[in-house]
Design a protein around this ligand. Structure first.
Ligand SMILES: C[S@@+](CC[C@H](N)C(=O)[O-])C[C@H]1O[C@@H](n2cnc3c(N)ncnc32)[C@H](O)[C@@H]1O
Length: 308
């Protein structure tokens, strides 16, 4: 492990530990292993090769965060920006396989930024019923001299068919009540008291402003350059899967999808090309077996901000 200050909770894995934790992963052969060997595993390998032979109709939910169409270094490998047509072809090469891999009542979430968002939508609607686009606000964005700072990201929600899971009751939002109405008998109308404060539960919208991108003092933070917040992924998994379901991420990175699935008692499968990131995912999964808390989620409700 690298030297770091006591308050810095970032997970770094180097040298010996990479080999210890990557040995817990499944090495990819030419063909994808059968489903029972894949379940609750991190596979080190190339998704494009593995998806072709991945078991059909086997997965309940896909949550994935592919490389966006920008220059980005993922350890040894760099993702190069493509023109729109090439990026669409790249997206289609794996999105079409997900249609086969998902069950008939399965759902899919795909993360993207503003510039890849229209391309993701264009490709998704060829194969899936696109139901929504969630936009979430990042607190941090890179300052620009000649442009607006980008502080938003999108997540598309799509399903295989009209038969799909949506657990609204698991993702209701708790809001402070400013005008607490009472009915004619003087009873609270659609609100309740908690610790002296008045709240009501309301259905979540597709604009999320309560998400914090992991940073150095958060225990979930790792050295991965584009790690997604556990709270963001928790909302998707709670809404669109049930306990015991299989949640799959073909671009696993530091393991967020699998870690959150595990914490929420789902089964998981993740594929990651980079051995170092796969090792981080395994280390996080080991910790998740003991500590199942998700920052910003108390097991029934999501808090407004998760900086506590
Ligand atoms: C945007 S990151 C995902 C980050 C992840 N959501 C997290 O929270 O850590 C995309 C990941 O896909 C991986 N990747 C890129 N091409 C891949 C491929 N062909 N097969 C498997 N993984 C790949 C990269 O190494 C990178 O870690």
């Amino acid at each position: 492990m690298k030297e770091k200050s006591k308050r810095n909770k970032t997970l770094f894995i180097t040298g010996e530990l990479v080999s210890v934790y990557s040995k817990k992963c499944l090495p990819a052969g030419k063909k994808c292993p059968p489903l029972d060997e894949l379940v609750n595993k991190t596979v080190i390998g190339d998704s494009f090769a593995l998806l072709k032979t991945f078991p059909s109709a086997s997965v309940d939910l896909v949550v994935t965060d592919p490389p966006y169409n920008i220059e980005k270094k993922f350890n040894q490998k760099s993702f190069k920006k493509m023109d729109d047509a090439d990026y669409c072809a790249w997206l289609e090469s794996w999105i079409c396989e997900l249609k086969r891999i998902l069950k008939a009542n399965g759902s899919l979430y795909v993360c993207c930024d503003w510039s890849s968002s229209p391309l993701v939508y264009f490709v998704l609607k060829k194969y899936f019923v696109v139901r929504n686009r969630i936009t979430w606000k990042r607190e941090k964005g890179r300052a620009c001299r000649r442009n607006w700072k980008n502080n938003l990201e999108d997540v598309y929600f799509a399903t295989v068919s009209d038969d799909y899971t949506f657990n609204l009751d698991r993702v209701m939002v708790k809001k402070s009540v400013l005008a607490p109405y009472k009915d004619e008998r003087g009873q609270a109308k659609d609100w309740f008291c908690e610790n002296g404060k008045k709240y009501r539960l309301t259905a979540p919208s597709n604009v999320w402003t309560d998400i914090t991108v992991p940073y150095w003092s958060m225990p979930e933070n790792t050295e991965h350059p584009t790690q997604k917040p556990e709270k963001l992924i928790a909302k998707l998994i709670l809404a669109s899967s049930n306990e015991g379901d299989i949640v799959f991420d073909p671009f696993l990175g530091s393991g967020t999808t699998s870690v959150v699935a595990r914490k929420l008692n789902r089964r998981y499968i993740g594929i990651e090309a980079d051995k170092g990131y796969a090792a981080i995912a395994e280390k996080r999964l080991e910790t998740a077996a003991e500590i199942s808390s998700i920052q910003g989620y108390d097991g029934s409700c999501f808090s407004d901000r998760d900086d506590g």
